[in-house]
Design a protein around this ligand. Structure first.
Ligand code: THG
Length: 366
């Protein structure tokens, strides 16, 4: 593929200078911002992520901030996950749905205080939807995109690296919880979360000015840990079953089709704008659902949906695929019809490189 032309529309991040100095070789665009996708090679980056520790510029996971007396009410309008038991200091993975129950985004919600939330968004213009609801319902809440940029530290040595920069207190942060930690006199949200299954943290940098100082401090402190610049890895995240909004799901899909039913409590999520629609479809149950799919052979890059066939009948589509060194096969995420979604079902995937044998897997990650 050709290069991407830089411009003001395609936003740089507070860490872009560090990413470039570290030798980034490919980017994608996410929320109109640069997101690195490759440093050395996807395979080398994958191996290193699983064995050491990486610092990821995931600034493109922009925050939609809700601030004011109606912030909690607005947050519950956005999601079918029941937020009543959620406390400040917690993060929740939350499906966001429209009035038809269609997925608009799958962010991480960060509850800073009863009246202040960050919605750490996937790649869709959620800010516009949230502002529209706040205005339409005359809610007493401010909605905007603050200057907050997440930096992820991922990999088995993430605890040691983070402790070197923020102190041993970070070791006590539980999964999907956060604490406030000092860096150069500034308090920062540090959560145990991130878009990999290798373990790690996300630092929510508030204020771009400390971007490079934070990046450099992590790189310095991590010398003996073999720290490297990294990024969400296209192989590891498919192995882990981490979904990608816009790839694996769109507003045509319900959370249940996406396998996100475990993050929905539609009956008790009073106020969710998609509640009635979801209650209707939940009664029947989904007729297609996201599945892990094992592919026999080397898969090409997946830049469009690949038809999944049972004989001559189309029964689904593959939406993400990669070649897994550890599993020794192609790994994929796809949407498969109910009649063919059982573990072990043999199918064929029509890739641009020709048809390939495939098997439905309950999950790679179980
Ligand atoms: N971190 C933050 N913001 C984000 C992402 C992130 N915004 C964009 C994108 N990633 C949102 N999508 C996801 C998808 C999966 C997870 C987080 C965000 C995730 N899922 C775990 C799982 O499915 O196993 C855990 C979910 C849970 O148990 O609550 O972590 O990565 N800040």
């Amino acid at each position: 593929m050709a290069l991407i032309t830089p411009s003001r529309r395609l936003r740089r991040t507070p860490f872009s200078d560090g990413v470039e100095a570290a030798g980034v070789t490919a980017y994608t665009v996410y929320n109109r911002m640069l997101l690195p996708t490759v440093f050395r090679s996807v395979e080398e980056d994958y191996r290193h992520l699983k064995e050491a520790v990486q610092v990821w510029d995931v600034s493109c996971e922009r925050q939609v901030e809700l601030r004011g007396p109606d912030a909690g009410r607005l947050m519950q309008m956005l999601t079918p996950r029941d937020l009543r038991g959620m406390l400040p200091g917690q993060c929740y993975y939350v499906p966001i749905v429209d009035e038809t129950g269609g997925m608009l985004n799958d962010p991480v919600a960060v509850k800073l205080a009863e009246d202040r939330w960050w919605v750490s968004i996937a790649d869709s213009d959620l800010l516009l939807w949230v502002k529209g609801i706040a205005f339409g319902y005359r809610l007493d809440v401010l909605v905007d995109e603050p200057d907050v940029s997440p930096l992820a530290v991922q990999g088995p040595r993430a605890d040691d690296l983070m402790a070197a920069v923020f102190g041993d207190g970070v070791r006590d942060i539980r999964f999907f919880r956060f604490g406030m930690f000092d860096f150069m006199g500034r308090q920062m949200v540090v959560a145990r979360s991130g878009y990999s299954k290798q373990g790690g943290f996300e630092i929510y940098l508030e204020g771009s000015d400390l971007g490079m100082p934070l990046w450099n401090a992590l790189m310095e402190a991590g010398r003996t840990l073999d720290v490297r610049a990294g990024c969400p890895n296209g192989i590891e995240r498919v192995e882990a079953g981490l979904l990608s909004y816009g790839n694996d799901m769109t507003d045509d899909n319900t959370p249940h089709e996406c396998g996100l039913g475990r993050f929905c409590n539609t009956a008790t999520a009073i106020g969710c704008v998609g509640r009635d629609a979801l209650l209707r479809v939940a009664k029947e149950g989904p007729v297609q659902q996201i599945r892990a799919i094992e592919i026999d052979g080397r898969v090409p890059p997946c830049d469009r949906a690949w038809p999944v066939m049972a004989g001559t009948k189309r029964v689904g589509q593959v939406t993400s695929a990669a070649n897994s060194p550890d599993f020794g096969c192609g790994v994929a995420i796809g949407m498969v019809r109910m009649t063919h979604w059982d573990d072990g079902t043999a199918l064929r995937v029509e890739t641009p490189a020709g048809p390939m044998d495939a098997v439905v897997r309950e999950a790679f990650w179980l």
